[in-house]
Design a protein around this ligand. Structure first.
Ligand code: NAD
Ligand code: UFG
Length: 337
């Protein structure tokens, strides 16, 4: 199939482009490069031996997007493009609602106009909010507690309404848990701009000497070692989950929701110690106050993706850290030479 990947130069997008090419699909990428670099796609081409067509297009520019659909006979879309920093979304909610929601509305309107009605959407575990028991199951009521999360929830609602109104749509809503790691080649990986918000990229920058020490946000939670538990998932497992979801919706209409996670939680200190093993030395850290909005623990019930898609995670936390470290060590400044 010919797959349009929005946000395909980004972290998860670039790994998914590679998985799609390895599975035999042709890939077209649109990205405005707001949080990524075209270098990722050059490296994906090096790994797969195939070149994805790239269009530097903003989803807010409906006409330019329409041009991409006129140029390519797209069969399905995997939609990653969006802004994703929770803290920034609290400070600049309009920027997030406008970019993520209007961008998605433009995309699905253009898709509809071109009779392309298969879409796999990047949602997030953050839609489960703070009131659900763990593990999270797809049928739970959702309710995000920050503007970023609410953009995901609202896009899920928009796509669900569309699927209910028009049975020609094939829609997969994928709720990711905590993606980390990098392709085992060390050629592509996560390249955050500025100070990383997320745990593993921050640890990686401490290990490579770009940051002094890790601040562990809270050591007094009601968890085995007092630090928060999260469900970390290797980005290549996540990318393969997209190919599995795409295969499912290729011939099945309707709206499907799947958690993509491992089904287990690891603590902040477990992640740090696993990363230390990969690096081969201890890394400096300090336990500080809790970060506002953090939940003590959450992980996925990942049984629906296994039952419906035959997909489950394959990589351990140690492998995630080894691969993340290989990428960071070989590319201390990310894609910037
Ligand atoms: P990323 O920032 O690396 O990738 C997103 C890409 O979208 C970037 O390349 C950016 O330039 C592009 N983009 C943003 N707005 C755009 C627009 N208006 N038009 C065109 N391109 C645009 O992020 P990622 O970690 O690869 O995340 C991909 C998707 O997965 C996002 O939707 C994110 O919200 C979601 N997600 C990420 C995580 C995570 O922890 N990384 C967790 C859950 C869900
Ligand atoms: N943490 C630290 N120090 C840091 C960064 C993080 O101790 O410098 C801790 C956090 O307090 C949390 C854990 O490490 O306990 C994981 O934090 P991340 O920021 O890496 O991930 P979150 O679980 O907070 O959130 C991420 C994304 C969300 C997404 C969620 C589930 O940022 O957008 O995973 O997919 F919704």
């Amino acid at each position: 199939m010919k797959i349009l990947v929005t946000g395909g130069t980004g972290y998860i997008g670039s790994h998914t482009v590679l998985s799609l090419q390895e599975a035999g699909h042709d890939v077209v990428v649109v990205d405005n490069l707001a949080n990524s670099s075209e270098e990722s796609l050059r490296r994906v081409a090096e790994l797969s031996g195939k070149t994805a067509a790239f269009h530097q297009v903003d989803l807010l520019d409906e006409q330019a997007l329409d041009g991409v659909f006129r140029e390519h006979a797209i069969d399905a879309v995997i939609h990653f493009a969006g802004l994703k920093a929770v803290g920034e979304s609290v400070k600049e909610p309009l920027k997030y609602y406008y970019n993520n929601i209007v961008g998605t509305l433009n995309l699905i309107r253009v898709m509809d106009g071109h009779n392309v009605r298969r879409i796999v959407f990047s949602s997030s575990a953050t839609v489960y909010g703070e009131h659900n028991p763990i593990p999270y199951v797809e049928k739970m009521e959702i309710g995000a507690n920050n503007p970023y999360g609410r953009t995901k929830e609202q896009i899920e609602d928009i796509l669900s309404d569309l699927g209910s109104a028009d049975d020609r749509w094939h829609i997969a809503l994928l709720r990711y848990f905590n993606p980390v790691g990098a392709h085992p080649s060390g050629r592509i990986g996560e390249d955050p701009q500025g100070i990383p918000n997320n745990l593993v990229p921050f640890i990686a920058q401490v290990a490579v000497g770009r940051r002094e020490k890790l601040m562990v946000f809270g050591g007094d939670y009601d968890t085995p070692d007092g630090t928060c538990l999260r469900d970390y998932i290797h980005v290549t497992d996540l990318a393969d989950g997209h190919v599995a979801a795409l295969n499912h919706v290729a011939d099945k209409a309707g709206v499907f929701r799947w958690n993509l996670g491992s089904g287990t939680g690891s603590s902040v200190l477990e992640v740090l110690h696993s990363f230390e093993k990969a690096v081969g030395r201890e890394l400096p850290y300090e336990i500080t106050g809790r970060r506002a909005g953090d939940l003590p623990a959450f992980w996925a019930d990942a049984s629906a993706a296994l039952a419906d898609l035959g997909w489950s995670t394959t990589k351990t936390l140690d492998e995630m850290c080894q691969d993340h470290w290989r990428w960071q060590k070989n590319n201390p400044n990310g894609y910037t030479a």
